[in-house]
Design a protein around this ligand. Sequence first.
Ligand code: ADQ
Length: 516
Amino acid sequence: MDKKSQKKRHIIIVSNRLPFILKKTSDGNIEIGKGAGGLVTAMAAVLKNRNGIWVGWPGYIQETDSDGSMLPVIQSAASGYSVKPVMLNSYELQNYYEGFSNSILWPLFHDFTDKCMFLPEYWKSYKEVNKKFALTVYQNAEDSDFLWVHDYQLILVGSQLRKMHIENKIGFFLHIPFPPIDTFARCPWRCELLSAMLEYDLLGFQTIQDKRNFIGCLKKIIQHAEIDERNERDQTVSEVQFVDKLVRIGVFPISIDYKEMFFKAKDNKAGKRVEEVRKNRPDSKILLGVDRLDYTKGIPEKLKAFRRFLILFPKFHKKVHFIQLVVPSRNEISAYANLKLEIEQLVGEINGRFGTSGWLPIQHMFRTLDNDELISLFRTSDIAFIASLKDGMNLVAKEYCACNVDEKGVLILSEFAGAAQQFYKDAILVNPHDIEGTAMAIYRAFTLPLEERMQRMGNLRRNIKNKDVFWWLDSFFNAAFEKDLPTLPLGDEYFPCNFVERMPEKDSVFSLPASV
Ligand code: ADQ
């Protein structure tokens, strides 16, 4: 991209949530909390120290701030950029956010179609709220600004802006997977959603598979979408001509601010906390899970695999601690409340069955940890355990490796997380539906020779360092602004297929006692 024009151009980021949450306490004070989730983690790194604008919802319902006293606080929570809040009332929250976004698009795109509730009032509210976001952008955008819309909650913002005659370049990045045609076709508003996506100049996906799925849906659902077959090669940005619009489609695996995490993890303060965590668990290994409370993250599957591991390998009793952190999320939706209960029951059952007076196999924490605590836990843990049933990318995988400064840790990673397409060579991949296989993978991770561990972790960390969140940003901008179609710099290591055929291990333990 031309460096001069890049300097003048401001970015307007549009996402459902602003990167912080405001709350009024019972005594009338206003609390500012950090927003949870991967999008916030990545975009906060991008906007830091740039004079951009972030358009989003500040996380509280309009009715709770009748005197408007929270509005002035919003700006003070941001640093290095300005904030334009979009207020939502309780009807909108229920229908646009909990409804269309989280009870239709989220389960549909993650292949949980049985959880979809295709209600027309959800669709109506989704359209209205997307228009509201578009209006805020319209009121604040200069001609040269690059508008960057994020994620499934705001798919229609681009088409709404076009209706308002906005001609700026607009990009869209989907943080979650894009489903295959058989799944996507179930959506009653499939045609409206796809044609709205074709109003953007650039569409970004996390993996090659997501891009393929999207193009597959276009071919079946949208008439007159001409896909340039010459450019449909996996590692190139593709182009689609739709009526008089040319849309670019590319793959941009999101990442983290590697350097920041690495330096924080290396810091002495983190080292001291590591010693404390270790002091409470001398001679024992730590298996770590960090997830938002969500049925896509495979938390019950993880617990079942750990239970199976304890059954198969009694020699690890009293020598392993499984720390599972769960960040509360989407409390209002019943599927999430049920999941919380299921997790608590499983943890109780496993601790009751295997625990002894001095050993609690699973420590389950249901809260948001502050950044320093999280970094020390990443640094301390022997294994990170990620078992998503479906995940756009999974930043926890990248954060764990960035913090693993002594390079002795192991990453157990689900085949169904986008990150597996980058890390398939050096992580231990698991199919979380295969409880027996995942239990074996835990055993394998604990018994991997030091030399092999260090080699794998070194490779993982180099990969993340080279392709950090700023690399992701540059790749997206290049695809948006370069005249010639760029080849995506994914690298040779990018795995072209989702699955790895695992041969049974030589020291297979399938002969061990069968399950109870
Ligand atoms: P998420 O589904 O939120 O993101 P993920 O990418 O794993 O998933 O990000 C979670 C973030 O929350 C991480 O930065 C993690 O450190 C933080 N976090 C988790 N538990 C925490 C705890 N107990 N305390 C504090 N922080 C915690 C969506 C998609 C992903 C995609 C991202 C980014 O679902 O697939 O990777 O967006 O595109």
